[in-house]
Ligand binder design. Structure first.
Ligand code: NAD
Ligand code: UGA
Length: 457
């Protein structure tokens, strides 16, 4: 067994594997870090100036570590690297299953299983296998059973080290984490991985638990965050109906130190690759153990989110076609497609559902995002009836309505006094993130519909 980790491999060069390994390489110059992926285009991008993941601060770190103690390799070149590794992180995607038992809810662990088989085939000596991907409780059992088939004489130890970074703030979250969680069966093994993080994370922020608690804690942390967003979004509907202001209510409720102010921003709905899939995974686990009321409780967080997105699209449609008619011939400017600011990621972005609903009703969409590529938007929506623009200003030309779907700061700074004339007369503005200055918008003679703000007194 190694006494320290000197060579680390990570399988999966995605939004988690890439940034996480870049920060480990940056903070631990004595550790050789290799990131493998079967997607060779992704590896080529990590080795180029145009990284596949946009995260503030990431490019600078990759630039100073790549070629020093960080490298990105195609899976085909990984066999000898895995053989020499002290620890192999598994950081591949764990999406919701689309077929077989648990389809639509359970996590699809086929990529994790493939990694375990690959490690079993190539590892030599005692190798730590570290779950970085988000996994259902007891996934470590599955990994261990696959590793036990190794014919190389290698021995293994599985640790759970789930990642809590949020996209858009990944580097800050990795450099200054609230906590690092390591689940394992032996304190010595947990200690070895803890030593890596201890180079920059204070000891009291490195938490250790049993394997199953670590796996479950990750799912539950996301479930709690998503639940807060759905809670405030439920309140936003009450505010719109009653004339209360959701921002005022959130400020009051969040000032209770037992509740706290974070994750109380009402919005068009939460998106991102993980909240929905991790809630579904938790729901499936509850159902699997016969805990239906617990499953129903978490299901409601998702149901509310779906309702919030549909409510937003319906509000636009109702304003443009009050009698419930079609949106044919109506042009709607969509500002923002990413699921949140500071990322190019559109996985489960609320913009997808809102846009699809408007397109289905016959609207034409003019779309802008600061970081999402045109091809990504076209893949999500198809290219019929959508025009993609390079600036928010051009996106507004001739629009019958505007919908802000991502909280990019650039949208908050738009000069509505000058832009109003680019819109069709009386075009309403729907702010799905509550970032627009209502005084500026209204002084430009425009009607603003914000989330959770009713018609007032
Ligand atoms: P991703 O889809 O961006 O990246 C996964 C990568 O794994 C892909 O590049 C894919 O090609 C590669 N891959 C899949 N199977 C492989 C195999 N057998 N061999 C080699 N490469 C393989 O996913 P992500 O967003 O980085 O998420 C990874 C995991 O981390 C998920 O379990 C997710 O729930 C979890 N997580 C994600 C975030 C986030 O912000 N995205 C945060 C915390 C945790
Ligand atoms: C989330 C968690 O915050 C991370 O801790 C976790 O590691 C990650 O999921 C994961 O497992 O993938 P992320 O999805 O990147 O991170 O982004 P968040 O900041 O959590 O936002 C998620 C969604 O909720 C976004 O669409 C955001 O706009 C929305 N949101 C967030 C709100 O609508 N209101 C809020 O107050 C906060």
């Amino acid at each position: 067994m190694p006494s320290v980790f000197r060579k680390i491999v990570c399988i999966g060069a995605g939004y988690v594997g890439g940034p996480t390994m870049a920060v480990i390489a940056d903070r631990c110059p004595d550790i050789e870090v290799t990131v493998l992926d079967m997607n060779l285009d992704r590896i080529a991008a990590w080795n180029s100036d145009d990284l596949p993941v946009y995260e503030p601060g990431l490019a600078e770190i990759v630039l100073r570590t790549r070629g020093r103690n960080l490298r990105f390799l195609g899976q085909g070149e990984g066999a000898s690297v895995v053989a020499a590794a002290d620890a192999v992180f598994i950081s591949v995607n764990t999406p919701t299953k689309t077929e077989g038992e648990g389809a639509g809810k359970a996590s699809d662990l086929r990529h994790v299983e493939a990694c375990a088989r690959y490690i079993a085939e190539h590892a030599v000596g005692h190798t730590f296998v570290i779950e970085k991907s988000t996994m259902p409780v007891r996934a470590a059992d599955l990994i261990k059973s696959i590793l036990s088939t190794a014919r190389t004489g290698a021995t293994f130890e599985v640790l759970s080290n789930p990642e809590f970074l949020a996209e858009g703030t990944a580097i800050r979250d990795l450099e200054l984490p609230d906590r690092v969680l390591i689940g394992g069966e032996r304190p010595e093994a947990v200690g070895l991985l803890a030593e890596v993080y201890a180079r920059w994370v204070p000891a009291e922020r490195i938490l250790s638990t049993g394997l199953w608690s670590a796996e479950l804690s990750k799912l539950v942390a996301n479930a709690f965050l998503a639940q807060r967003v759905s809670s405030i979004n439920a309140v936003s509907a009450v505010c719109e109906a009653t004339g209360a202001d959701v921002e005022e209510v959130a400020a009051v409720v969040g000032s209770d130190s037992r509740i706290g102010p974070k994750f109380l921003r009402a919005s068009v709905g939460f998106g991102g690759s993980c909240f929905q899939k991790d809630l579904l995974s938790l729901i499936y686990i509850c159902e699997h153990y016969g805990l239906k009321p617990a499953a129903d409780y978490w299901q409601q967080v998702l149901t509310l989110n779906q309702w919030q997105k549909q409510r937003f699209a319906d509000r636009i449609a109702a304003a443009l076609a009050p009698a419930g008619g079609s949106l044919r011939g109506r042009r709607i400017a969509i500002l923002g497609f990413a699921f949140k600011k500071d990322t190019n990621d559109i996985r489960e972005a609320p913009a997808i559902d809102v846009c699809r609903s408007l397109l289905a009703q016959g609207a034409t969409l003019a779309i802008h995002d600061y970081k999402v590529a045109c091809s990504t938007i076209e893949t999500a929506l198809g290219s019929e009836c959508i025009d993609i623009f390079q600036t928010p200003e051009c996106t507004l030309d001739g629009a019958d309505a505007v919908a802000v779907l991502t909280e990019w700061p650039g949208y908050a700074q738009l000069d509505w006094a000058n832009l109003a004339r680019r819109l069709r007369p009386l075009a309403p503005i729907f702010d799905g993130r509550n970032i627009l200055d209502d005084v500026a918008v209204r002084s430009a003679g425009l009607i603003l519909h914000a989330i959770g703000k009713g018609p007032g007194l």
